[in-house]
Design a protein around this ligand. Structure first.
Ligand SMILES: N[C@@H](CCC[C@H](N)C(=O)O)C(=O)O
Length: 278
């Protein structure tokens, strides 16, 4: 199986061209190839597929084999992949995902993709749709019990579920300990991604992420968008922010004009190779 290893701000996936390769069991393949010792090493698997409704279709599998509805960093990498591999000459590309169609705008310098802007659509605040088991309509600055302590959370969906917790210093968080406790908290029937967010200034935020199904990753695009929206809802940030993540920087805007969230960031090819399934 031919593959390409790519990353967006350090969030690394194995990309497989589904126009050429047939993958019968992507969930098991994702578990195998994601292993950083016995596999290729990645946060998961991304399939680039034909679509009947958009230019391309994405399927994204976490390192534990679970399929996610959406991935912000992978959508930028897909834009670069299809352009660099001559699968399109469009610089504005539509992408079908399990959370609807997204638009990807390539930014080029002398024909080279320098960054990609993704229209991530509208954030979903309704508890039922996120989903959160709660009688509250929305979960904004809402107290929950975590490890016997009271913690205030904001929950929302960017197509996939996110919980945001504001902290004074993200570097002091014991993420491998607390991340799984939020991910598997009984409030979240589909589990959740979790972002710990530090406000450096109203337009400059820093976050660390514990991803559902993959653990700590160096960046999460949907997570950066969710963290920005939560910061605005909690009156901690402005509409346009620079988000510092462990693996790089993303620029996020929650537009007042159309209520859509726009994410701009890098997409990098690391290497191409051939994988021999066991
Ligand atoms: N890294 C991604 C999100 C990947 C899916 C996520 N772990 C989930 O299960 O929802 C991003 O950049 O958005």
């Amino acid at each position: 199986m031919k593959f390409t290893k790519m990353h967006g701000a350090g969030n690394d996936y194995v990309y497989v061209n589904g126009f050429v390769e047939t993958i019968e069991d992507p969930a098991s393949l994702s578990i195998a190839i994601s292993d950083r010792h016995f596999g290729i090493g990645a946060d998961g698997l991304v399939l680039i597929l034909p679509s009947e409704t958009s230019d391309f279709r994405m399927r994204i599998f976490n390192a534990d084999g679970s399929e996610a509805e959406m991935c912000g960093n992978a959508s930028r990498c897909i834009a670069k992949y299809v352009f660099d591999h001559g699968m399109t000459d469009k610089t504005s590309i539509t992408l079908e995902t399990l959370s609807g169609q997204k638009r990807l705008d390539l930014q080029l310098a002398e024909g080279i993709v320098t960054s990609v802007r993704v229209d991530m659509g509208e954030p979903i605040l309704s508890s039922k749709q996120i989903p959160v088991h709660s009688d509250e309509d929305e979960i904004i600055d809402f107290p929950i019990a975590l490890d016997g302590k009271k913690v205030n959370i904001t929950a929302l969906s960017m197509g996939n579920p996110h919980v945001i917790i504001f902290v004074d210093n993200v570097d002091e968080i014991d993420l491998p300990k607390v991340g799984p406790k939020v991910e598997h908290h009984p409030l979240f029937p589909k589990r959740t991604n979790t972002e710990f967010v530090q406000i450096l200034s109203p337009d400059h935020l820093k976050m660390r992420v514990w991803e559902r199904g993959s653990g700590e990753t160096l960046a999460c695009g949907t997570g950066a968008c969710a963290a920005t929206v939560a910061s605005i809802l909690n009156e901690k940030a402005e509409r346009r922010v620079t988000m510092e993540l462990k693996g790089g920087t993303l620029f996020i805007e929650w537009s007042e004009a159309d209520n859509h969230v726009y994410m701009t960031g890098p997409a990098t090819t690391v290497f191409e190779g051939e994988y021999f399934p066991a």
